[in-house]
Design a protein around this ligand. Sequence first.
Ligand code: ADP
Ligand code: MG
Length: 266
Amino acid sequence: MPTTSPPSRTTVFTIANQKGGVGKTTTAVNLAAALAAQEIPTLLIDLDPQANATSALGLEKTEGRSLYGPLRGEGEAAEMLTPTAIDGLTIIPSEEDLAAAEIEIAQSENYLSLLSRVLAPIRASGDYRAILIDCPPALGMLSMNSLCAADSLLITLQCEYMALEGLGQILRNVERLKTANINPDLQLGGIVMTMFDARTNLSRQVVEEVKAHLPDKIFKTLIPRSVRLSEAPSFGQTIFDYDPQSAGSLAYRALGEEVITRFGLR
Ligand code: ADP
Ligand code: MG
């Protein structure tokens, strides 16, 4: 083997947590945009049939454009690559039909590695330095497939009561996939604390608790609770376009820098 041949230059991140409303989609969309702004060629894959990431980027009427076909053996994932209004950011959108994939995947052979195989050509193309997968709020077939396709798992935790509930379950799934040799290289890449409110003791306590358990995994950047972040998707905009000076914008830019450094994306 020539020592000059580089390993795959594409890092696949899955953003998962079986709880809904914990900031997965907000983080997927704005982190993807933050990476693209730093000239990291980025692909966002919307794997949630609710298609919130798709609409947050202002895409509408994307019927027939999702991984649903490719996952059932019809067409190539590369055909679904869709440009966004943001330089350097491409998306594979989602659509309602993807919900059916939960059931169909379960009935197929090698049901855990379908997504990994569907994405292999895009990965091999080297066109993207980072691929971010936005998962549905359940540890179903789609999320499990994303864990099998990823190099790194990013978990978003809301700074609220019971934030850590469910964390054990997802981490046990990661261990299972590793020990069963299905995705032996999968890493817990980091924990993103979302909806942080510096005024409440509870927010600070939750952060301290996660720091105590996973000191080298928690990102320093805390994503603040901010109305601007929750408003941006209804305008089909990332926080950087909707309100570039807002606290949420600064936070996601800082998170982008942390991710670039931690994973050597430059
Ligand atoms: P998930 O994808 O985990 O279900 P979302 O990212 O969709 O979570 O967030 C759930 C809701 O909370 C959405 O309405 C979103 O706009 C809002 N939200 C997400 N992050 C923040 C934040 N930091 N501050 C305020 N609202 C937020
Ligand atoms: Mg979501």
